[in-house]
Design a protein around this ligand. Structure first.
Ligand code: SF4
Length: 448
């Protein structure tokens, strides 16, 4: 029953179509390795055509349809391991002829037939988790045989040859494969025509073996520097996730080649001042405005000079602007609105360590009066290691953070928690409900 509800939540809330949790790779960085045993995850077998068909009708044709991703407790798998993948893709395409389909793959199954078929199913884009463009790298990171690694790496060439739009991604583990391998992989993806390249910080839990560990602060900083340097060498936009940013300044991280924004003259590092006379308050807000259909007039600052650029976004096409994700203004407004309801009370906002600096900037920008409001970063003790994302925090972590905060002598009346940490029933990854925090602290808890 829970499985069905999670599948429905994936489809309705995130426009993700789950097919299977099966994956035939064995990545050292896989988020399902080295988890504490209490973690409640949901594994789904190959869903039948009938089961998939029943949920397809809940997809939103106006949003991108995602396959091979997960935003819930469902473990995401490799979609091309599904024996009926072709039938399913054709079915989705026939029901939604014009909706963009985005498929995430580890690249092990790409062959001429698939590349040709994927091209015929446009609009479609692939997210290729290449991780390494060397045989040794794929062996080390993804546990592949020499033959399989060669085949997987060739997948990018096939996508390129058949004109399939694709983005590349790399979980960067220079401590295992060396910096040169990471750099060569970026260069290879660029040469193959990837539209964008995402470099992910790996994560490790307290149960991970010693060889997978690293200093997260040091690696994050070095990766940020690496991205900056490599971006000068290649045309393809490269972004780091989580981004190494501390503020909301709307700086362009990159521009996709031959996109409307590219033809309009927008460049990496341009600071967006206004879009159609609207002054964006964050990167996300600037990005959203730059995607609008129709004529775009943008004022940017480049090397200290103000420039006016213009282009047109045809309906259904993207501007091609890449920006680091800071904070969605809609969410900021929602949080501020909820705070308004608690005016005059002592409010404690508990957030992930990753989000702390950005959230601080959001509160400064969106709130006129910050009195009575405290922001406190929550250390992930449950997973431990380098884990810092909000989605992996537990009620136990929030409780410990509240105890630490109260040592200062303050007792909050309201506690705000990030919604990423909870499922549709308000339970965390180990099954504890947010209301348990209310019971323990006596404060009112808002999940927002
Ligand atoms: S491809 Fe993804 S799901 Fe499969 S093992 Fe690697 S990280 Fe895990």
């Amino acid at each position: 029953m829970e499985k069905e509800q999670l599948i429905l939540q994936s489809v309705q809330e995130y426009n993700i179509l789950p097919l299977t949790s099966a994956c035939d790779a064995n990545c050292v960085f896989c988020s399902h390795r080295d988890n504490p045993p209490e973690v409640e995850v949901v594994r789904i077998p190959f869903r039948t055509i009938e089961e998939v068909e029943r949920t397809v009708s809940f997809l939103n044709e106006k949003r991108t349809i995602y396959i091979g991703e997960s935003a819930t407790k469902i473990i995401e798998g490799e979609p091309f391991t599904h024996p009926q993948w072709e039938k399913i893709l054709r079915m989705v395409r026939s029901k939604f002829p014009r909706t963009l389909i985005s498929i995430t793959t580890n690249g092990r199954h790409i062959n001429e037939h698939k590349a040709a078929l994927l091209r015929s199913l446009e609009p479609l884009e692939m997210n290729f988790s290449l991780n390494s463009a060397s045989v040794q790298g794929r062996q080390k990171l993804m546990g592949e045989s020499i033959d399989q690694a060669r085949k997987s790496i060739l997948g990018a060439e096939l996508l390129s040859r058949y004109g399939v739009t694709f983005h590349g991604s790399i979980v960067a583990m220079p401590h295992l494969v060396g910096w040169k391998d990471v750099e060569d992989t970026v260069v290879y993806l660029d040469r193959m025509g990837a539209k964008t390249i995402r470099i992910f910080m790996p994560g490790f839990s307290r149960l991970a073996p010693a060889e997978l560990r690293f200093d997260p602060a040091v690696l994050h900083e070095r990766l940020a520097l690496f991205v900056k340097k490599v971006s000068y060498r290649i045309d393809c936009p490269v972004v780091l996730e989580p981004p190494y940013i501390r503020d909301l300044t709307p700086v362009v991280a990159g521009v996709i080649k031959d996109s409307p924004a590219h033809h309009g003259g927008l460049k990496q590092n341009d600071l967006v001042i206004s879009v159609n006379e609207f002054y964006p308050r964050s990167r996300v807000e600037a990005w959203q405005k730059l995607q609008q259909s129709g004529k775009i007039e943008v004022m940017v600052k480049r090397n200290g000079e103000d420039l006016k650029l213009a282009w047109e976004n045809l309906k259904g096409t993207k501007a091609g602007v890449v920006m680091n994700f800071d904070f969605a203004p809609q969410r900021a407004e929602e949080i501020i609105k909820n705070m308004g309801k608690n005016r005059g009370k002592q409010v404690l906002i508990l957030c992930s360590t990753f989000a702390h600096d950005i959230l601080k900037a959001v509160l400064r920008l969106f709130l006129e009066d910050c009195r009575g409001i405290s922001l406190y970063p929550v250390i992930n003790r449950f997973f431990g290691g380098s884990i810092g994302a909000a989605g992996l925090l537990t009620v136990g972590d929030f409780l410990k953070a509240w105890e630490d905060y109260c040592l200062n002598g303050f007792l909050p009346q309201v506690i705000f928690l990030p919604r990423e940490a909870f499922d549709y029933q308000g339970r965390d990854l180990v099954g504890n409900g947010f209301w348990q925090l209310e019971e323990r602290t006596g404060a009112k808890v808002e999940v927002t």
